[in-house]
Ligand binder design. Structure first.
Ligand code: COA
Length: 191
């Protein structure tokens, strides 16, 4: 059975090790980046064992970026990668993002993967030594509450000010009860 989780004792260690094994396609991010952005890391579990991950950004200015996605070599082409991308898109929708973007080395088979998921190649960027260029892929998202304004990197995702204030009060209550912001978000939104 394939499941996707966002908390796991080995989530960072596993993502770093799979990145190392697939560095030809994925490039290199230091472990500190995975640790810092662990709340944007989704782990695929096959029968309880890690088999892939996806790392996104935080939806800055309504654009969700897929930073890295990888699936273990021996379990590819079973739609697990597609399911991880779906989980990331759902996360982006929750943030009010209106598009997803990513870059993919022009020579990688992964270009076919993005095409099959409905992404469109919107242009190219210069690449380093590994690829002739980077293809820029994108897809539109249609969130119920689009992030219409951004201040200090925070999306405006509440439909009304009343809703925003009630969320703020709930956060203050949780803080007064000694809950961390991360635990509060998890208990309220499951993320
Ligand atoms: C890209 C990657 C994450 C895809 O994961 P996956 O679980 O194998 O992909 P899926 O099974 O969900 O594929 C969905 C569809 O994408 C297309 N696709 C996926 N991999 C493909 C490939 N190597 N060649 C051609 N089409 C491919 C197919 O249409 C596939 O559907 P199908 O198998 O029914 O034909 C995986 O190949 C991988 O980890 N690659 C190395 C790391 C990498 O390149 N990451 C992306 C960098 S931008």
């Amino acid at each position: 059975m394939f499941t996707i989780v966002r908390t796991h004792p080995d989530i960072v260690r596993y993502a770093v090790s799979l990145q190392q094994r697939d560095s030809g396609s994925l490039g290199f991010l230091p472990q500190a980046v995975f640790e810092q952005h662990v709340d944007r890391l989704f782990l695929g579990l096959l029968n309880g064992e890690p088999c892939g991950y996806i790392l996104t950004n935080g939806g800055w200015q309504g654009v969700l970026r897929c930073v890295q996605v990888a699936i273990e070599y021996d379990v590819r082409r079973r739609l697990y990668g597609a399911m991880l991308v779906q989980a990331a898109e759902d996360y982006g929708l929750g943030l009010g993002c209106t598009s997803v973007r990513l870059r993919c080395g022009a020579e990688l088979p992964a270009n076919e993967f993005w095409k099959s998921l409905g992404y469109q190649c919107t242009g190219t960027l210069p690449a380093g030594k590994r690829f002739s260029c980077l293809n820029v892929w994108g897809k539109k998202l249609y969130p119920a509450n689009p992030a219409t304004a951004w201040k200090n990197g925070r999306p405006r995702v509440y439909a009304t000010n009343a809703l925003k204030q009630s969320e703020y009060r709930a956060r203050l209550n949780a803080k007064a009860c000694g809950q961390t912001l991360q635990d509060w978000k998890r208990s309220r939104y499951g993320r």
